[in-house]
Write a protein that binds this ligand. Sequence first.
Ligand code: DCP
Length: 259
Amino acid sequence: NLTNTELELVNVTASWDEGIGELFEKIKQENKADDPPNGDTGLFFTNLYVTPVLKNIGLYLEKGKMLAVAGSTGSGKSSLLMMILGELVPSEGKIRHSGRISFSPQTSWIMPGTIRDNILFGLAYDEYRYTSVIRACQLEEDLALLPEKDKAPLKEGGVTLSGGQRARIGLARAVYKDADLYLLDSPFTHLDIVTEKEIFERCLCKLMSSKTRVVVTSKLDHLKRADKVLLLHNGMCYFYGSFSDLQAQRPDFSSLLLG
Ligand code: DCP
């Protein structure tokens, strides 16, 4: 029942090279009939078995809540978002969500066009919505410094932007879009601590307060403010629950976030 739940994962396991794994499995099965009795071929293919990038992950997120996904580099945070998006198909388990997703990738793609074009990304301009997003993403000052403001043209790849500007444009684009579920992959990369704090407060906590949000972040302050925390380690769930339960059940958890 998804009436109050926006996102649910039940015992989900997935591998990036699942396609290859299945192919080898198929070849192995096909070869078996003709295999010599010593079974060398079977052994050879068995060694190529893939390791899952996510193992037995379960979670649910109620409408309007924020889930922080934390973990060291390579622990599977981005893969989890890709799986919710449908880009990575689970080999086991179930994923349920009610549909309209807005996703901001770790590195956002900039298309040739103005800054405004890059934020609207094909959607209609709504002044109130647009201005709120620009303010919440701390882009107002950047735009004020440009003679053409948000009509400043950008080149493909965003070479004329700083890393932080690019990150904030990517975030603004994802937030401007109306969706049931927002997936934000490391939205604070390249931002200084003060800007990060401001955007976390103004955008993720205030502007998006009624939105269902999954945010990849390992910052302690963010985990504290999130409704739920998922801490991944080597693709496995090291912890899932509230921040206070995290402190109580996994007092050593911060060692996992340093990597
Ligand atoms: N991986 C892969 N193919 C992809 C994406 C990832 O094989 N298209 C692998 C690389 C890693 C593992 O999956 O071994 C997990 O990668 P993630 O990007 O999901 O990990 P994180 O997001 O946690 O890492 P980071 O914090 O560095 O972004």
